[in-house]
Design a protein around this ligand. Sequence first.
Ligand SMILES: [Zn+2]
Length: 1020
Amino acid sequence: MTISRFLRSLVSQGKVLSHGYRREAARTVVTTSSSTSQAAAVATAEVVEAEFPVGREVSGFVVREVQEVPELHLTALRLQHQATGADYLHIARADPNNVFCVGFRTTPMDSTGVPHILEHTVLCGSEKFPCRDPFFKMLNRSLSTFMNAMTGCDYTIYPFSTQHPVDFRNLMSVYMDAVFKPNLSELDFLQEGWRLEHQDIKDQSSPIVFKGVVFNEMKGVFADSQRLFMQKLLNGILPSHTYGVVSGGDPLVIPQLTWEQLKQFHAYHYHPSNARFFTYGDQPLANHLEFIQDNYLSHYNKIDPNTEVPEEPSWKEPRSAHVACGIDPMANAEVQSSIVVSYKLVDITDTFETFVLAILGELLTSGPNAPFYKALLEPGLGSSFSPSSGYDGHTRSSTFTVGLQGVKDQDIEKIKAVIEETFDGIIEEGFPSDRVESVLHNIELSLKHQTSSFGLSLAMNLTPLWNLDGDPIDGLLINNKITKFRKYLAENPKFLQQKVREYFKENPHKYTLTMAPQEGYEENLQSLEEAQLKERIAVLTPEERSRVWQLGHTLGNKQEEEEDLSCLPTLQVSDIPRNVTPVPVTVQTLGGGVEVQACDCPTNDLTYFSAVLSTRDVSEELRPLVPLLCGVLTRMGAGDMDFRQLDQAADLVSGGLSVSPHTCFHPIDVMGYEEAIVLSSHSLNTNLQKTLDLWSSIFSEAKFNDLQRFNTLVSMIATEQANSLVYSGHQYAMTAAAASTGHVSSLAESWGGLSQLRRMKALSEAQDLTPTLESLQVLARQLLGRQGMRVAINTTPNHHDTALHILEGFLKGLDGTPAINPTLASIPQTFSPHTCKTHHVFPFPINFASKAFPGVPYAHPDAGALRVLARVMFRFLHREIREKGGAYGGGAKAGPGGPFGFYSYRDPHSTQTLATFDAAVEWVLSGGFSERDVAEAKLGVFQAVDAPVSPGAMGRRRFFSHITDELFADHRRLVLDVVAQDLVKVARTYLRDGPVEGACLIGPQNVDLDNDPFWSTVHG
Ligand SMILES: [Zn+2]
């Protein structure tokens, strides 16, 4: 089990099934962050309690509860707004990465996607900020570390985070105005929701079709059959109220929504009486309250929004259903069915019971020692668990689901029986006590493991419970639940077995859902949509027809308009700090000459270990197997431990042992690069020795003899990768487009792109994997040793000496002779960059397009300009691809160090978007942007450059990318000093006149590209 997954299930009580992270394609910046020292946090707690005693009135709010949570180093305050009843949760913590979130309980009773379309539309302009789409404009006027909006099945939330106090206030103004005073204009509704429009708005004879951002987005979402399956499961297990409908919108139902209904929904749901405000961090609460009260809440009275979600009535008899889906070209054709069995459990507000059930969920399904893993996956009854498997606590009644994907139709009945038998077995035998211990150990580790986005995770993870009137502060108190859990277990050794009997064996509220691909599924959906369209067009009066034509024009013109953005607040480039805080690392050699980077920082008594092992000397035949080796190395057993024992041992002493492929451009040398595998783990300081002992066994005695285990892993990995295609299609398209432009990009594609997906598919269908397993063993022998190795360790200062001493012992015990510059490699002469354009045909209703050009090294004088260029182009690309084109997203990305790439995400267009990429270059060359755009783009770039770093991640830039503090400072300066003419220069040099380019389209059959001699086509 992974820590992050467990912390999520723990704090959040479950998975978040959210329809679309709207901004996700545009903003994939993942931050890694802020350290919190315990001393500072304690001071905060005292200050907070003195300033906000229970009962005190502040700016119209009354303090209801103050609670210190020592295990998370925070103090929580709960307040209520007197006039409206609005709920407020503040988390005071010595963390500069402050968070704001406003959320509403949104409980639709139909599948028109009204909350989702509303989420999009409120961000399109408001009273104080009447420009088009202020939300997107703020992306470049801010140093935010996160900005987004999400629609869940019964809530809509608007969170952001930033380290900058002025920025916080700016963004809070825009968010508050957006949700409480949105324009909700008809044109915004038509653009974001759905509309009838001529296919070509300049040609009145072109056919009238459905368009709209959410309409297309949801078609994209349900092109993923596992997403469709999860949606149907939720609808089926809790059918009687809001969970019975599709909150994100069913593309066939979306066109029933009217603008009037949207405004009505806003009036009732986006009211303070139905609102929850969340703030987090080290900024003073009193200022937040005053701002919210004076500008917004003081204008409202209390209403009854009537948004309660009633408990689902319990069934007397189990139910079942079947759904059809499209055929998955990436999966084995014989085994494409899915089956799950799901149970309704307890009310989400019963936080101790949901805590116990979350632990039970881990015990039942997580890792190779879990009974369902043994009973379902190991015999090969399916290729992998269904993504909905496990405990889920985001709905009124929590649920538990177990099931498989990649199943043969004829095995369905058998799987149902095995699930029953497995529950019987557990009721009989219980769980081994060391498994329960390892789950509790992981909770302890996850409480200590700091992430940069801790506040944001709290905001999102507390939402489901709080949104349904549970006590969010109680949800934070984890230690008392662990104590209670241990007590119950000590008093009654059969405690968990009884839970299994109660919730699974004797629970009639049980839902069995199966899914199988159907020939002509996509065509059928298409014809249903066409029939609807026909019906609508048939009843259009001549006046309505001309209105369709008119509206298309008005919308097109509005999207073209240059606007005055002076109403929007902004940070200035001068707000970006000029100086860099050095990262406290030391580099030395240990264990006979292995290069070791050590970083002392406040890690909360954890030690983080990473090792880079070069693959530069691996033969060409074995190199493609590197990602598979990473996928299985720590999962096959080692020494005298089989795979189960190794997994159990790792869970007891660490947060898991992970291995991944790694490629990196040299920051200075255009001919230098690094290719490697990376090993990483983290553990309590006191468990470092035991964790490194496990790595030692893997180095010297990793097992490659269990063919059945290997078959299981290959099938699981292939399935997981195939599932990721429709969700991360733009990344696959970008990787594929870049592959021909440089050696490192080509290797990155081979290891993490469509090539790897296809390789895994072929292996999962192979008759005999013995030769592959033998090759992996040869590869492992070549790699696992000191010869091509570098190590990094992050630990607390008082553990530094002990940690290095333990590390020294570990390194001495390894084979191989350490080398100088052990991991740097030279680009082989045999590779020559070339132009290559490939259409990868998949039966999706939407496309992912990309175009790529070679970039420059990180330290190159043009590196800053290329990064700023990508951000400046975002403005143009967003307008053309999203606003006009109706795609979910589109943009450009440059390095650092890597290729320059354009992309579109869930795009109804193909060749038109590829032409838009070229037009973006022309737009820059013709000076279509201003100095203001350049300044904004710099802010955008700095959101990533200066993203907060967690203690476990400090020094990573130097270790993984060879970027020293000096190089980093120089690169920041390059970005800060960019002027408009630099952008024109680099756009000409690298994009228009670049020596080679790559292009890729992932999407359905395409006649234009079939007939284009410059494009080649690959099927499936
Ligand atoms: Zn959306």
